[in-house]
Design a protein around this ligand. Structure first.
Ligand code: UTP
Length: 297
């Protein structure tokens, strides 16, 4: 069996402005907004760790320093918890922390687009395949989307894109793939279209924010070509790379919440709370009641 260079590093682009959450995101990065009790970014890092990722690369921007603090120990807090014998809380903190020396933070000095943010990680990634996780997309299933993708990659090599079914009427809002032959539980990607006009989508599988990419993507991104919205787009670079290298699709069948939008973020909070038995019991009747109520103003 052929063995491919392992996927050891993951990139988390977190330099976006998060304008859809203003004024909350004026001083708090949107990646630090919480889903129940865990920041959005922690969900993506946990998913990457479960997939065997060893090095976590954050592409940050101004006002994002708190993300770096979140992935460090908090000496005074831990001291106090120890004095108070709060072992559960201490264990929780330890479990959420990648091991020392396995995180890197680099700055995207201007938010020139997702493709540019990924390019900013080039020196830390070097010449090896890497995982790319958009933290806004919070996903939940038994195994973890990235774990399944790494499993597929270990059979196929190349580049992997996670996809997910969406209603056909919604395809014009997303990047959509064209499907080729089935391979190793995934499929060959024979084309990609960004926001296809209604009725023209080649499939109803949209690109949902998880990728495994080969380092040659950096050579393409170094051209700094702008696309939609005047931004440097990762999809444009992938389309170019697909002319030289194979791309495979993974079908994710769990639940995804787009926490970059208010609606998705609120849905994620409700869903994660309802999936937590200690909260669900009290919350369910209250939510049912709330839905019947008129606003008190
Ligand atoms: P979004 O398209 O959601 O943009 O970025 P945004 O700026 O974060 O949010 P809004 O639209 O203003 O509310 C998708 C992902 O790409 C990252 C974001 O942090 C997010 O994870 N990103 C985007 C960058 O890191 N740099 C960029 O220049 C643009």
């Amino acid at each position: 069996m052929t063995s491919f260079k392992p996927v050891r590093k993951a990139v988390f682009p977190v330099a976006g402005l998060g304008t859809r959450f203003l004024p909350a995101t004026k001083s708090v990065p949107k990646e630090m907004l919480t889903i129940v009790d865990k920041p959005v970014i922690q969900h993506a890092v946990d998913e990457a760790r479960a997939a065997g990722i060893e090095h976590f690369v954050f592409v940050t921007g101004r006002n994002k320093a708190v993300i770096e603090d979140h992935f460090d120990i908090q000496v005074e807090l831990e001291q106090t918890l120890r004095e108070r014998n709060k072992t559960d809380a201490l264990e929780l903190l330890a479990a959420s922390l990648p091991p020392a020396g396995q995180t890197s933070f680099t700055r995207q000095q201007s938010p020139l687009g997702l493709g540019h943010a990924v390019w900013c990680a080039r020196n830390i990634i070097g010449n090896e395949p890497f995982a790319l996780l958009l933290p806004d997309m919070v996903m939940r299933d038994k195994k973890g989307c990235m774990s399944s993708m790494v499993e597929l990659y270990n059979k196929t090599g190349g580049n992997i894109i996670a996809t997910e079914e969406v209603a056909w009427e919604e395809t014009h809002k997303y990047g959509v793939v064209e499907t080729g032959k089935e391979v190793a539980g995934g499929f060959e990607i024979s084309g990609m279209v960004e926001k296809p006009p209604q009725g023209t989508a080649p499939s109803n599988l949209f690109i949902n924010g998880r990728y495994i990419l080969q380092p040659e993507i950096f050579d393409i991104l170094s051209g700094h070509e702008t696309g939609a919205g005047g931004e440097i787009q990762i999809t444009d670079a992938m389309l170019k790379l697909a002319k030289e290298q194979p791309f495979y699709g993974f079908r994710f069948t769990g639940r995804t919440f787009d926490c970059g939008s208010k609606e998705g973020f609120i849905k994620a909070n409700v869903a994660f709370a309802m999936w937590q038995s200690d909260l669900a019991e009290d919350l369910r009747p209250e939510l049912e009641e709330l839905l019947k109520e008129k606003p008190p103003f």
